[in-house]
Ligand binder design. Structure first.
Ligand code: SF4
Length: 336
């Protein structure tokens, strides 16, 4: 017998299984996010299914370059995890669709958002997306009830777009911009547009001017300038130096009407509670999705650095822990 029945979106009902002891496969964190505060991550997509293979991707190269929207995992599996965790009434600033793939590839994302909004309306929902599928009217309709959408746009010229984002062949940057403009016209929540600066490709004035024109057409609430903080997929990608970031900010401020921010660094949040009492599993689930330093982990999970360092030392005997030394420190990643 099912434990609970949940109404999803007016006329759809899903049958959830009992969840006394849950091994979370799709939820991670909550993490202390730079932009979202205490954020429960929801990963809807198999590892590295994405329409892009960005040179700066902090996870690793895309293994499945695809535009196909599908129910990659049974929706009841994801809803059961959400129901198990949210029914404990955790403190969260956002429930965020993100992870190691593009969340909008999940064909039932609309039902999952509707589930949260119907059954746990006290929580705000955020979506991180690379914007590729926003030309799809049906997808745009599915995500309209999000409280916050954080789409990306790194380049306008097709040449720079292909160099940075390495899309599925045939994807045009003009279509992405058209999708973003259409979303802005239909969506009344908050939109923060992220522009990732890759020195040598999109930090020169010609590309910045094109980006400023696109920003004026899209009209996001804010533009967030980002740069490499963790190791990217390609070794040649470097972080933009502070002067470059300030220059980008100045150009956008001069040429657009949007608020422009350079994304700030992590700060510890004392309110955070971790999803999994088993800290080791929680660290692994975060390191599967992105490489972090011990300090990043301590800050993200609000743990003492000594505790994190001790766990990383224990895990370092396992072949799955990849360790790399970068300019910003030693980065750890858990390879599946
Ligand atoms: S950065 Fe995001 S959009 Fe780019 S390849 Fe990685 S997961 Fe895909």
């Amino acid at each position: 017998m099912p434990l609970t029945w949940k109404i999803i979106s007016g006329n759809r009902i899903y049958n959830l299984v009992p969840h006394s002891k849950m091994n979370y496969k799709h939820l991670f964190g909550p993490v202390n996010s730079r932009r979202l505060g205490t954020s429960l991550g929801v990963d809807l997509i198999p590892f590295k299914y994405c329409p892009l293979n960005c040179v700066y991707c902090e996870v690793q190269s895309t293994t499945h370059l695809t535009l196909e929207r599908s129910e990659y995992f049974p929706i009841t599996e994801i809803l059961t995890e959400l129901d198990a965790f949210l029914s404990t009434n955790p403190h969260l600033d956002y429930i965020t669709f993100s992870g190691a793939g593009e969340p909008t590839l999940y064909s039932k994302i609309g039902d999952i958002i509707a589930f949260i909004k119907t059954n746990y309306p006290q929580y705000k929902v955020a979506l991180l997306t690379n914007s590729i599928l926003l030309h799809d009217e049906e997808l745009r309709r599915e995500i309209l009830v999000c409280d916050l959408i954080l789409p990306s746009l790194d380049a306008v010229s097709q040449e720079a777009f292909e160099k940075i984002n390495r899309p599925v062949p045939g994807v045009l940057s003009t279509d992405i911009i058209a999708g973003l403009i259409a979303l802005r016209q239909e969506y009344h929540g908050k939109m923060l547009l992220e522009v990732f600066i890759v020195p040598g490709i999109n930090a020169h004035d010609a590309e910045l001017i094109l980006l400023a024109e696109a920003i004026n057409a899209i009209k996001p609430d804010e533009v967030q300038i980002n740069s490499l903080d963790r190791p990217g997929t390609e070794d040649w990608v470097t972080a933009a130096d502070p002067d470059t970031l300030k220059h980008v900010k100045k150009v956008f401020e001069k040429l657009t009407n949007s608020k422009i921010e350079i994304i700030a660094k992590l700060k510890a949040d004392p309110k955070i509670e971790v999803l999994d009492k088993d800290i080791v599993n929680n660290i692994k689930s975060i390191l599967i999705r992105r490489p972090l330093t011990a300090e990043d982990l301590a800050s993200t999970l609000n743990l003492h650095i000594n505790e994190v360092s001790k766990i990383l030392r224990q895990l370092s005997s396992e072949a799955k822990l990849s360790i790399s030394r970068e300019n910003r420190g030693v980065f750890y990643q858990w390879i599946q």
